[in-house]
Design a protein around this ligand. Structure first.
Ligand code: GSH
Length: 230
C-alpha cells in the first residue's frame, strides 16, 4: 500500500516553514501546495477550501484530516511522533512550559502579522497611520521576544542543553527560529533576546536542515537586517 504523504498549504519563508522543517527532521514525505496568500485572491483561493480564514499554513494529514494554526500543527506532529523528541511528552515536567511558549509565539507574536503585513486592514489608506502601525508592532514584537527570553532562558540554562528545552531540538526551536526571521528581523531579535539568539543561530546552522533552509528560507547577504525598520 502506498502511504499518502502529508500535504501542506504553504509558501517560501512563511509560517509553513517550521512545519516543513519538522517533517524534514521526522523524515516524513510531504507535498507543498504553494499558496502565498499575501499575493492576492487567486493564491487565497487555493487554501480557502481547507481554511476559511484563507491563511497558510494548513496541513492535511495522511488520514485526510485538516489542521490549521501553526502551533497546533507543530504540537500535533511532534505528539504523533513521540520518539522523535520534537516535544516534551505528556509526562515530561517541561510539558507545561512547552505548551505555554508555543501558544505565546502564536498568540502574542505571529498574530501581529495579520496587521503588520497589511496595516490598511485596521487603519485604511493613511500612510502615516500605516507607518505608525508598522513601528508600534515592531516594538511590540521586540518586547514580546524580550519577555520570553527573560522567562524561558532561566529554565533553558538549568536544563543545560543546546536547545530551548534541553538536549533535543523541539518544534519550539523551529518555531522561534523561523518567526524571528520576519520583520523587524533578526538584528532586533538579537537585541531583545540574547539567550534565544544563541539557540536560533544554532538551528540556522543545523546540518540536518542546511539543504532545507536553502530551499525554503534561503539565507543571503544582509538577511538579518533586511527590512529592519519594516
Ligand atoms: N494564526 C495563524 C496565522 C497564519 C497567518 O497569519 N498566515 C499568513 C502567512 S505567514 C497568511 O496566510 N496571511 C494572509 C492573511 O491573513 O490574509 C497560524 O498560526 O497559523
Amino acid at each position: 500500500m502506498v502511504n499518502t504523504p502529508y500535504t501542506i498549504f504553504g509558501a517560501l519563508g512563511s509560517g509553513s516553514v517550521p512545519i516543513e522543517a519538522a517533517l524534514t527532521l521526522l523524515g516524513q514525505a510531504y507535498v507543498v501546495i504553494e499558496a502565498p496568500t499575501w499575493e492576492g485572491e487567486s493564491e487565497q483561493a487555493k487554501v480557502a477550501a481547507v481554511n476559511p480564514l484563507k491563511q497558510i499554513p494548513a496541513l492535511v494529514t495522511p488520514a485526510g484530516e485538516t489542521i490549521t494554526e501553526s502551533a497546533a500543527i507543530l504540537i500535533w506532529l511532534a505528539d504523533n511522533h513521540p520518539d522523535s523528541g520534537l516535544a516534551p511528552g505528556l509526562d515530561s515536567p517541561h510539558r507545561g512550559q512547552f505548551l505555554r511558549w508555543m501558544t505565546y509565539v502564536s498568540a502574542a507574536i505571529y498574530a501581529l502579522f495579520w496587521v503588520r503585513d497589511e496595516p490598511a486592514r485596521l487603519v485604511g489608506d493613511d500612510p502615516g497611520a500605516q507607518a505608525r502601525v508598522k513601528a508600534a508592532t515592531a516594538d511590540r514584537i521586540h518586547d514580546c521576544w524580550a519577555m520570553m527570553d527573560s522567562q524561558l532562558m532561566p529554565l533553558s540554562r538549568t536544563l543545560g542543553g543546546p536547545y530551548l528545552l534541553g538536549d533535543r531540538i523541539t518544534v519550539l526551536d523551529l518555531y522561534v527560529t523561523v518567526i524571528s526571521r520576519w520583520g523587524p528581523r533578526r538584528v532586533r531579535f538579537y537585541e531583545a533576546a540574547p539567550g534565544m539568539s544563541e539557540v536560533v543561530r544554532r538551528v540556522d546552522a543545523d546540518p540536518r536542515l542546511a539543504a532545507f533552509w536553502a530551499q525554503r528560507f534561503p539565507f543571503f547577504e544582509g538577511w538579518e537586517r533586511l527590512g529592519q525598520q519594516a
